[in-house]
Design a protein around this ligand. Sequence first.
Ligand code: FAD
Length: 437
Amino acid sequence: RTAVVLFTRDLRVHDHPALATACAAFDRVVPLYVLDPALADRSPNRTRFLHQSLAGLREALRERGGDLVVRRGDPVAETIRLAREVDAEGVGLSADVSRYAHRRERRLREECDRHRLFLRLFPGVTVVEPGALRPAGGDHYRVFSPYHRSWLAARWREELAAPKRVELPDGVRVGRLPALPAGESPQAAEGGEGPGRRRLDRWLATLDRYDDIHDDMAGDETSRLSPYLRFGCLSPLAVANRAGDRNGPFVRQLCWRDFYYQVTAAFPEISTKAYRRGATEDWRYDAEAMAAWTEGRTGMPIVDAGMRQLRAQGWMHNRARLITAGYLTKVLGLDWRPGVEVFSRWLLDGDVANNSGNWQWVAGTGNDSRPYRSLNPVRQAERYDPDGRYVRRWVPELASVPGKAVHQPWRLPDELRRTLDYPPPLEVPGADPVWLR
Ligand code: FAD
């Protein structure tokens, strides 16, 4: 008896419910990844991370006697073709929430039915499955706090060990992984379950400090596990279990991740349409301001620092994401959708639910119960980068400006300011921001 396990964004062998179940129930298991041209080339950084993760997954499966079968094309057609080639009874797959994933699942189900194959969906992309928790009278939680309470009280599934053996049927053509593509960010993290597990091990040693340091932009001591969670190199449930204290501040962040997944499952238009009914969307159009923001030359140091970290590392500190996104939407008055696009091109962890969900939260079109709040970027900078170290690290033009003066170069004496190759802050017609007065 044979089954196919279709991998998508769950590129690991530990705590992989679809793989573990198939290995327990079938004599032979064919792990498959389909390189889907419809998803290719959106982000060179993520493409590189994906290929590193696939290489790692193949190695882990080979160590267990199996292999990763790699095909290129439409994932539905390729899965069915392979299932028929190996005479499989059906297909297992981790359930996912984006509109694209939903469509893929639906088409796969139709084709499996047509070919008398079973299709079984498994959990594993989140700690608690989207849709498992529902408020009275609703299909999903619209506000985080009640979701968090019910998430903490929920029974989590059992974590599963990696299978000891994966038996591949004889004669399957496994296919080659293409050469490692180039990314765009020189300091991007390396993809794969191995690097993810090593990062988790190292980082857990500092877990106790998380509450104190997670907003310290220069200290940079958050877990940086997000790309590994994005590609499923790590199981979010396993990460939460390793962190131990469910009530702790770190596990709470994993709940935010689950929260946006259940929002996205219920509202798959999240990357294009305002989530909140009645949200005002009267954005300005200003191509120059948009370009300056994208390239990190707005003249607002903390914003430029964040955008440059994004380009250099394919990752940005959460506080910098809040500040840069708030600056684009609430200060420059520009639409959040192009902001989502820019983040999505560069972020290793960029995904529909977390990227769009957080952007909508910041823009006031999403799940924030105080949609009109606006962050003052200078106050944020002085609070979360009090010595200016984060800014000096990422904006070398300002490296000579000491202390927190770096946050307001427009206040420096003229003769000093003229020596800096750094622009004045962008002006917004009709706006008179307090920090410039
Ligand atoms: P840690 O602080 O160590 O947190 C641990 C994990 O919790 C993270 O890896 C992540 O999986 C989860 N998490 C933390 N904060 C959030 C949050 N606000 N929402 C959802 N999950 C969270 N996160 C993404 O994974 N992908 C994105 O595309 C993304 N886009 C964002 C866009 C904006 C405008 C903002 C404000 C935030 C965005 N985030 C996104 C959330 C957050 O910034 C990152 O998850 C976090 O910075 C990743 O770093 P870390 O792994 O060190 O986080």
